[in-house]
Design a protein around this ligand. Structure first.
Ligand code: ZN
Length: 201
């Protein structure tokens, strides 16, 4: 469930002098507050959605939204120095940018590692591979590496989700016979994406 909604924070307080209150008719002061409204997701402000100006008569204490007041008071209010939208109301965009940058960085880092591992296999490397049927996945472990070939043990089990691969990558699942392949052959399996992930401790 995603929590989202709108909220407001007080950006500025101030005072207008010599205005005539439409409620009590006194020539008086009005105190005002400017609220910045923003949309949030999970309590993180994402983007500003306008401002709300609330004014209170010093004499009768009635509060008004700016647009409820006579044009003359609105004009006076507009002459006041206005405040901008605070950067924190965009905080969510910053968080997302950081997450995207991190995901892109780790995915490119991961690809670089895979390429390094497939070109220089080491004992214990675990290859995530396509299973015997479409939509199934399994693993192979490198058991031995010689100058031109490697020996692998294929996992006894398959899973139907890539995310479940770690669950079957345990010692007792590697009881199969060894599988022997040339180093060029293993690189080809990586290039055609039969091997789609390589883990090294
Ligand atoms: Zn008043």
């Amino acid at each position: 469930m995603i929590f989202y909604g709108t909220n407001a924070s007080r950006l500025k307080d101030g005072r207008l002098s010599n205005v005539t209150c439409p409620n009590c008719d006194n020539q008086t002061h009005m105190t005002y507050s400017v609220f910045g409204k923003y949309a949030y997701i999970y309590w993180i402000p994402f983007f500003p959605i306008g401002k709300e100006n609330i004014l209170e008569c010093d004499s009768c204490k009635k509060t008004f939204k700016l647009k409820e007041l006579p044009q003359q008071i609105q004009n006076k209010f507009e002459l006041e120095k206005h405040t901008g939208v605070p950067i924190k109301h965009f905080a969510g965009f910053g968080v997302i940018a950081i997450i995207i940058a991190f995901v892109m960085y780790s995915s490119s880092q991961n690809k670089a590692n895979n390429l390094k591992y497939i070109n220089a296999p080491e004992i214990g490397d675990v290859y995530s591979i396509d299973g015997s049927e479409k939509g199934y996945y399994s693993t192979m472990r490198v058991k031995e590496v010689t100058s031109d070939s490697i020996y692998l043990i294929v996992n006894d089990y398959e899973v139907d989700k890539k995310s479940g691969i770690n669950d079957i990558d345990v010692d007792k699942n590697y009881t199969n016979e060894e599988y022997h392949i040339s180093k060029a052959g293993i690189i080809e399996l990586y290039n055609n994406e039969t091997i789609f992930e390589i883990d090294r401790d």
